[in-house]
Design a protein around this ligand. Sequence first.
Ligand code: PMP
Length: 405
Amino acid sequence: MDEILKLRNDFPILKQTIYKRNIVYFDNAATTQKPYSVINVMKEYYEKYNSNIHRGVHFLSDKMTEAYENTRIIIKKFINAKHSHEVIFTSGTTESINLVAYCFAEKYIKENDEIILTIMEHHSNIVPWQLVAQRKNAKIKVIPIDYSGNLLINELNNLITEKTKIIALTHISNVIGTINDIKKVIEIAHSNNIPVLIDGAQSIQHTKIDVQELDCDFFVFSGHKIYGPTGTGVLYGKEKWLDDFPPYKGGGDMIKSVTFENTIFNSLPLKFEAGTTNFNGIVALGTAINYLNKNNFNNIINYEEKLTNYLLMKIMELDFVKIIGLPEKRSSIVSFTLNNIHHYDAGMLLDKMDIAVRTGHHCAQPLIKSFGIDGTIRVSLAFYNTFEEIDYLCECLKKVKEYFN
Ligand code: PMP
């Protein structure tokens, strides 16, 4: 555990005092902080190697291209993809889902076809499919949850029909922390010949992902939620799907040859990386993943589990706090409400006590509504958080209660 506690020193932002004490950053589900190695590598590459990738014949371009492609290999290994060309760089989870939704629909979705989502999806795994449904006159069906926030996976058997073309669901809820049994969903889907997209925005940084073992068809995540830079993301897709997809965006790098009559598209992965990508950010994303690999990711995961259990235990001791969702398997995201105190007011007061939490609907309005509320206070932990910070949060929640009473 001491080793993990030392890692906190790698994150300069956490040494900052906003009002009176070091900031307590509990908004990790929105974005994670960056270690020195990630910050420094961006500076280093801009200072020494900045040059556009893939097209140059000079030293700088070669160097940048090598580092960019090296990140693809790092990610291939990190998620255990079969081929590195199954790793497509995007700007984030949102773009990855839009890419799959658009391309998949172009090829496979027709009028009256069905797309299955869950009620706990982030808007970025709802709206792209809604756009598809509108364009193609298709239908969206939704897997419900029980009151504890467990996904009712058995309902899938009632929802699937011969018109079901794809299932897209989150691995971990960004609001209530439920860890969905995606392996079971994938097995049921595949036994009906239906592909599955997994939104890994909240799982890639907290669990070990093996896309071959899961056998998912698509797995997407954002770089900024795994200690990397904003504007970077990944779409993993099985080769058979990505090869078959039409292109998503047209532009440089995604072509083999262009005439005014016709374009021959590039092969994977460049077919989906049109234009100048955030190559410097992608290099730094590789550094972020190396940081986790170097610091024993399994230990990090174990520590986060202990921290989460402690948070739950401490919060449950407070009789004015109501936890929203108590799923059987959960991650380090905990949402709650306070008796007669609006989540927004509580969040503002906590901020003044140097605690950063998120309040509101967390871009998951259907889920929030299903609990009959309009928002929560969300605490989301990362390995650089401590048990002391959780104690401090509970003290501050008591002060919030006193203030409003
Ligand atoms: N899905 C989930 C489950 C998320 O938590 C988020 C970010 N809050 C997203 C998708 C969207 O990620 P991004 O904004 O990085 O594209």
